[in-house]
Ligand binder design. Structure first.
Ligand code: ADP
Length: 207
């Protein structure tokens, strides 16, 4: 299956663009959704989280105690690494499973931190970045999440710089003051291109 990795900074418009692809019948697999699923009650990460972090990190319903875990990994870098050592491989394998099971011309995989991860870059066939200015990101996330300017800036500081993301991208959707109509027209163009690339890969598989 031809995989298009969709990435962008917080508030850039990843979900908005992903929804436009979904409206064209393209299956969308969102790694944030999968990250949440694996730590939900009965989630595949829960046995390891219980074992490595202790039952106090498991909520009564069997899901991860998110508030407690957030507080821990915020102040303890080694704990963050231990958590990621559990979750990252499972996110990758669950994403692959969902992509294989998907039916469509190609699959959009939403990976917020794609550029930051060497593994993800090699696992997708194409990288699509949604781009906007930092000021636009700040305004959108303050409005959407009710965060302060400083909170948004702290999140942005932990993500790849705009330039690094653009350098890694094969395609870019500019979402700065763009109307939904102009975004939709960009998505139409990309969709046609991806259908053709997916067909070419099917006729001439790599390896
Ligand atoms: P991301 O998934 O990258 O964090 P979203 O797609 O959720 O970003 O967009 C962030 C917020 O900005 C959402 O509330 C969304 O509705 C809004 N938004 C995104 N793009 C536009 C746009 N072109 N015009 C107006 N609002 C937008």
């Amino acid at each position: 299956m031809f995989l298009v990795g969709l990435t962008g900074g917080i508030g850039s418009g990843k979900s908005t663009v992903a929804d436009l692809f979904a409206a064209r019948g393209v299956p969308v697999v969102d790694t944030d959704v999968i990250a949440h699923q694996i730590t939900a009650p009965e989630g595949v990460a829960m046995p390891q989280i219980r074992q490595k972090f202790g039952p106090e990190f498991v909520a009564p319903d069997g899901s991860m105690d998110r508030a407690r875990m957030r507080a821990l990994v915020f102040s303890d870098e080694s704990a963050r690494k231990r958590l990621e050592a559990i979750t990252h491989p499972l996110i990758r394998s669950e994403t692959e499973r969902a992509s294989r099971a998907a039916r469509g011309p190609y699959v959009i995989v939403v990976v917020p931190l794609l550029v930051e991860s060497s593994t993800w870059k090699t696992r997708v066939d194409r990288v699509l970045a949604v781009d906007c200015s930092v000021e636009t990101q700040i305004a959108r996330v303050m409005r959407r999440n009710g965060f302060t300017r400083e909170q948004v800036l702290a999140i942005i500081a932990r993500q790849a710089a705009r330039e690094a993301r653009l350098a890694a991208a094969d395609d870019v959707v500019v979402n700065d003051g763009a109307s939904l109509e102009s975004l939709a027209s960009d998505v139409d163009t990309l969709h046609t291109q991806y259908v053709a690339l997916a067909k070419a890969q099917e006729t001439n598989p790599p390896g």
